[in-house]
Design a binder for this molecule. Sequence first.
Ligand code: UD1
Length: 387
Amino acid sequence: MKIISVVGARPNFMKIAPFMAAIEAHNRKNHQPIQHMLVHTGQHYDDQMSRAFFNALDITDADINLGVGSGSHAEQVGRTMIEFEKVLCRETPDWVVVVGDVNATCACSITAKKEQVKCAHIEAGLRSGDMTMPEEINRLVTDRLSDLLFAPDRFSVENLRKEGVAEERIHFVGNIMIDTLEAQIDKAGRLDPCQTVSSAMRDKQGELSPEQKRSLHNGQIALMTLHRPSNVDDPKILTPIIEFLKNEVCRDLLLLWPAHPRAMQRIQEFNLWKGIIDNPNFILLNPLGYHELLSLNRHASIMLTDSGGLQEECCVLGTPCLTLRCNTERPVTLITNGGASVLVGNNIDRIRDEYQTIRTMKRNPTRPELWDGKTAGRIVDILTTIR
Ligand code: UD1
């Protein structure tokens, strides 16, 4: 059997690493090895957004990089399809495996089906119901086309059933990101948070003060990631968020923000940079590696994020999490469903209210069903036995 799996952007890398490890484990035990090729579409290309994750998670280099780079959605999807079609014609795989909900996921599932190659989607069935999110469009298209749908939780299984997907296409396998978390948590635990922060600080002149070091050691940290266009692209939304953080969160906690390139561009464009770096309790960081972010998440008192993956990691680590979105495709992570996160959108009054509630909450780690670190093995077993 020949499988081509696809990655394109940062959140894909921690989903493909366990899948590739499970293929290797399968091949060590079996006479009929799986022939596997990894295609990187090149959507994320900076070392900190891509190469660093390959190195940290021991992912071998991609066999093929399509080099699509940045651009509008149509440009990214279009360029990916044109280049991926050539790969499929040349390599004639039995399966294309796509993960998550980025443009690479959608583009390669369409290309696979047009070339009549079977397609499997890892992380199928997530639905936010929000058609303004490019990821929701990617999820709907990918799930509609894929032959095998690997769902991470029971909510996702139900979403697929409600859409009329045939039972034999749906497989509830658990969350593959948690395989990576399980495999890497000990290594992350050995990192020193002060070292992590001082080597990623944007303001290279700056050294950590004794007060900042104390906050880091005591876990008096708020960790934040914010990169969605709906939060960072409009100054009328981003500026009040930054003001709230500076004036209220930074009074209580040391705020660490590893900023995505998109957010960093906006901070500069909207003249927010100086106000941030002048505040001693607000530390802007370069994008962090997998272990570094996991390590800080384990230490943090609270998380503020608009990332789906971090909502899931907070659920398992128990970090109280304010999710700066009005909806989520991951309801299993919400406090109301036993998780650690609460939706606050980007309205400051709502963020303030929930911040006051969660900042005194204790960590409450929980494990949704089958988030047990064994998801990738289940997926490979299904792929190799399915007729
Ligand atoms: C993409 C995903 C999003 C995911 C996010 C994680 C889609 C539709 N969106 O959004 O679901 O949460 O990745 O990061 O696929 N840039 C760089 N260097 C890079 C990559 C991007 O500087 O290596 C800058 C470019 O200015 C680019 C911008 O970031 O235009 C946005 O990148 P893009 O890949 O278009 O989308 P993300 O916002 O990263």
